[in-house]
Design a protein around this ligand. Structure first.
Ligand code: ADP
Length: 451
């Protein structure tokens, strides 16, 4: 436990934004690793799903079963104690199916895909911990994460779950962690980023890769998004023994991710938990014709004049527009928060926490946020600028993430699109056609009709 505390001290360093090259009037961008980290931190528990799990088995020899309790897994008593101490009562949906496979003897390889928040990390951390033989003082489990911060997050889950297993030692292979040359690492589990892991294992021989029993590759979709990471993972993977159990996790299931998975994981059992789709069913959608940004602003004020709004989110294309709008609204007495790409993850968490607590009524944001915050009190979403892709065509997926609601938050909502050019009008019509749901013209001088 002492070891864990020491290494955890570096965690605080991780959240600074090193260098931000986006200028204020280019479209604000989304960084998948940061988004993933943000979602992990702001999450308030398990994302439950009503949908079924889909299982593809490539190994017909081993029976596949699922469990409804943690007891049924026959964990070491102190590990089970750790699981309960975290407040977990029963396995999540993905864990019901993943855990028996991950803990099976002989070990089974697995590819698992489900959205963020469904319990993947807890599942593989439990598997990692239960595979350790603490009487042998060398690394037996490797876990690769795409960034420093994500590696620390996983390590913290492992430390918590191993609270009653102080004999299990964990080490981070991340920037800032140094091991003198010639040292042999004696910790049982190493969690880190591909570059550092490659250095320690392959380049400097600080541990013996041929003794690794479990190899976890987490956040594969974020991993392949980062330059060079995929190759580094493959180089590490090549040094692992044939008998090593491979576990591969991803929030998405694109073809690039699956090609990567095929390289890393032979004969896998593949499990997927489909995501609950957002829908526009309970949403009244309107558009308002405007001539200029000022008119767009007046349109928002008019709407506020006639209807009672709980909380609102306003989406802008650039940081420049976002800060211009927030200044104007603040001057007019609205309590406004801004969330854009130049903020650090810590700052974003603070903004979202305040908004969730209702301290601000309006959240103005750029493309850094579309999916991921489920704020129930939000009754109005405004597209100050229409969502478009790189080719300036309608970005229907982003529109749905901004406006749509999943089953859990299926309350009625209101969406207003501010249209100031033929191009924006075209995007609006394309979105309307895409979803087959009417977006009605709203005469802003006569906004009563929306209630
Ligand atoms: P993922 O890796 O898929 O993003 P996590 O494993 O991080 O998901 O789990 C999401 C959240 O749910 C975390 O806060 C975690 O502590 C919690 N959690 C995970 N498994 C369970 C469970 N079986 N019961 C209750 N909460 C859980």
């Amino acid at each position: 436990a002492e070891e864990l505390e020491i290494t955890n001290k570096v965690a605080g360093l991780g959240l600074k934004k090193p260098h931000d090259q986006t200028s204020d009037d280019t479209p604000d961008t989304v960084n998948p690793a940061e988004t993933s980290l943000l979602m992990k931190i702001i999450r308030q528990g398990l994302v439950e799903s009503k949908l079924d799990i889909e299982v593809q088995r490539k190994d017909p020899n081993s029976p596949l079963y699922s469990v409804k309790t943690f007891e049924a897994l026959h964990l070491k008593p102190n590990l089970l104690k750790g699981v309960y101490a975290m407040g977990f009562n029963a396995p999540s949906k993905i864990q019901e199916t993943a855990l028996p496979t991950l803990l099976a003897d002989p070990p089974q390889n697995m590819i698992a895909q489900s959205q963020s928040g469904t319990g993947k990390t807890a599942a593989f951390v439990l598997a990692m911990l239960s595979r350790v033989d603490s009487s042998k003082n060398y690394p037996q489990v490797l876990c690769l994460s795409p960034t420093y911060e994500l590696a620390i997050q996983t390590g913290e889950v492992a430390a918590k779950m191993a609270k009653f297993c102080p004999e299990i030692k964990l080490k981070y292979a991340v920037r800032g962690e140094e091991v003198p040359r010639g040292t042999k690492i004696t910790d049982h589990i190493i969690i880190g980023t591909p570059g550092k892991m490659l250095d320690w294992g392959v380049k400097f021989g600080m541990f013996d890769l041929s003794k690794i029993k479990v190899f976890v590759l987490d956040e594969a979709d974020v991993m392949i998004d980062r330059q060079g990471h995929q190759d580094q993972c493959i180089r590490i993977h090549k040094c692992l023994p044939q008998t090593c159990q491979m576990m591969f996790f991803s929030a998405t299931y694109g073809s690039a991710v699956m090609e990567f998975a095929e390289i890393i994981v032979p004969n896998p059992i593949i499990i997927r938990l489909l995501r609950e789709e957002e829908s526009l069913d309970n949403i009244k959608q309107y558009y308002v014709k405007c001539q200029s940004p000022e008119e767009k602003y007046r349109a928002i004020c008019n709407i506020y004049g006639v209807i009672t709004i709980g909380q609102a989110i306003i989406f802008c294309h650039t940081r420049k527009t976002a800060s211009w709008l927030s200044e104007k609204m603040s001057k007019d007495g609205h309590s406004v928060a801004v969330l854009s790409g130049e903020l650090t993850v810590e700052q974003r968490i603070a903004v979202l926490d305040r908004f969730r607590a209702g301290l601000e009524k309006v959240l103005i944001t750029t493309n850094v946020l579309s999916r991921g915050i489920d704020v129930e009190q939000v009754t109005l979403v405004v597209n100050f600028d229409m969502p478009m892709d790189m080719d300036k065509k309608a970005d229907c997926e982003t529109y749905l993430h901004r406006i749509g609601r999943t089953g859990r938050f299926g309350k009625a909502g209101l969406a207003i699109n501010l249209i100031d050019s033929p191009q924006a009008m075209q995007i609006c019509s394309d979105i309307e056609a895409h979803f087959g749901k009417k977006i009605r013209l709203l005469d802003i001088e006569d906004a009563e009709e929306i209630e």
